[in-house]
Design a protein around this ligand. Sequence first.
Ligand SMILES: C[S@@+](CC[C@H](N)C(=O)[O-])C[C@H]1O[C@@H](n2cnc3c(N)ncnc32)[C@H](O)[C@@H]1O
Length: 293
Amino acid sequence: MPGILVSDDAPANTTQFEKSKAYAEQEDTFFDDGREEELVEFIQKRSEQVSGSPSKVLQAIDEFARTQKYLMNVGEDKGKIVTDLIREVAPGTMIELGGYCGYSTILFGAAVRDAGGKKYYSLERSPKFAKVITTLVAIAGLGDFVEVIVGPSDEGIKKLHAQGLQKIEMLFLDHYKPAYTTDLKLSEELGLIQKGTVLAADNVIKPGNPPYLEYVRSSVAQKKLRLTQAAKPDTENFPGRAATQYSKVEDLSMDVKGNPHLIYESRLVDSFEPTGVPDGVEITRCLGVDESG
Ligand SMILES: C[S@@+](CC[C@H](N)C(=O)[O-])C[C@H]1O[C@@H](n2cnc3c(N)ncnc32)[C@H](O)[C@@H]1O
């Protein structure tokens, strides 16, 4: 494929992609066409060998995506960026937006558990995919550690807040691309984003997420100024089919303003999609609140 750096032996997260590990190419229709059920069958057939081992279940999911059909997982290279961060932050709880078949759920759930954490929440809109996550998480032995919350992410965030969640320690954003910004602003309004909160956002290069990058890289003054201007729909400025990626444009509230006083420090970590296509993870840390008014 053009534009892809390849090597047979480079380790993950260097400037090169190890092509022997590439997933099957992404087709025009690349999810919800029966492949998720095929994956469950593939893993269940191997359950004796992989049961109770997150890393073995992940290897089996990778094997399916390499030899059978593409899966829209975060993959090994970008996954390592986030697991390294989990080891550093050691969050008590972590939330992901968009769980799909549970690859990130198992990879990051195990990392949070191994770092001494208490719970991993996976917010997944599709009841069918939520069932796949629950099945594979149970095979990996993480059934008691992971809670899957079925429904749109904004409802899941509000539910967790209503149940007493006071702060988001770590958030992985990997769902409907325009909802990254809206859900972050909602979390800000609920007071869940505080000094020390760490955000990891997938796919900020492929397919890209210009509104999210603009928001987390803005100063407090820039965010305050933008609030005085007319609001733009969150589906604007998306490349290709990113805005409609999950079959239809989701309803996103235009009323969510966020908290412009939160100070962020944000940086891109370059990496690769599991197919070898260049992508990156945006890592954002909340440094506190600007009290100057
Ligand atoms: C790219 S996949 C997630 C991949 C997963 N994080 C992994 O790496 O294994 C995106 C998922 O987000 C889900 N999704 C889309 N919009 C959503 C929303 N508003 N709330 C929750 N989940 C959503 C889709 O159903 C899909 O399963």
